[in-house]
Design a protein around this ligand. Sequence first.
Ligand SMILES: [Zn+2]
Length: 392
Amino acid sequence: MAATLLNARILDGLGHAPFTGNVRVQGDLITAVGDAQPEEGDEILDLSGLTLLPGLIDAHVHFGGSADPGEPPLAGAAKTDWYAEARRKTLDHGVTAVRSGGDFEADILALRDKINSGELEGPRIFTPGRGLQSYGGHPAFTAYGGDPEIAENAFAFPETPEDAEREILRQAALGADHIKAFLADENLARPDVPVPRLRPEVFRAAVSAAHRAGLRVMVHCQEPDFVIEALEAGCDTVEHLMCASHALKPIRPGTAELFRRRNAIAVPTIVSGFYFKSGDAIMDAQARMVAYLHEHGVRLAAGTDCGIPFIDHGAALHKEMELMHRAGLTVPETVAAATSGSAAAIGRSDIGAVAPGKKADLTAVGGDIFEDIGRTRDIRLVMTGGRIVRRA
Ligand SMILES: [Zn+2]
């Protein structure tokens, strides 16, 4: 199976200026970009007037969660019909891969494999096993209210460095793609009374064990000091930073330099402030933080935290891109954050770009996204692994 996409305005996802050209796809790979010519038997898709992007990648989702506060806050395959709504909405919005920030471990791993084998249609999924956090802490005992089903399926509570190492080895053996840990003491119900945090030596042991097992580590942080602690421990991506109501806390001097020195990626999930209706002061503070990181050469990835109340699968990534652009990223830089940047956060170089040798995950949009980046919502074609899954 081969196809040639003709006359597209191509944004390659690597931050370059757009150019007009053709893309040839063979099997699940992009084989030529630019003056690629169709060969006999190719399916021909004329993309005149459309902009072709790499398939978008949301670097932070909770696939078993719902934007609807009336739905279970986090669920597995049984209650979600194998995540049917999340899968559908994600592809509908041109998002061809997601990195989970924590889900029901056994179910999301099984879903990933069902999608990879072609049994179910959905975005590529990259997922951790159980999220490492303190017993009594955030989020299992705050946002998820200590729900025993959620705590048991989605979280691990290591008390000692040895516990953490055992847990990492267990997840590695299970086939987790990365590790998720929480550096947090926020108490949603009583902000003045912090909940227990993961002990520093337990956290450091988890990061080291993950790296020995070849797994990257994504760390939830909403406090300036936790961001520094996560980076100093060697984590690979920092999630949220100071998002939503934490956005007014001043970031520590030297944070950007530390990101760069550790080759770590920031996933600011600024949409949360928008969907939580946090107000202008907080949205401005978040934009300033993103601008500070960007201006200081920190690599950014676009993640949304979708699957928590009010933040919906697929749609939220387009809002995150709008907000990143408003914070000062150019259109090609914004698209790069939501494609190759998110791929780098996952640790995959074979997705997130329109270039020969990459997976044929592609999204074509109508309208001029340089005039209005919100036009990324005008989805006309979505391809994953060389298969057309949406066409308008
Ligand atoms: Zn999250």
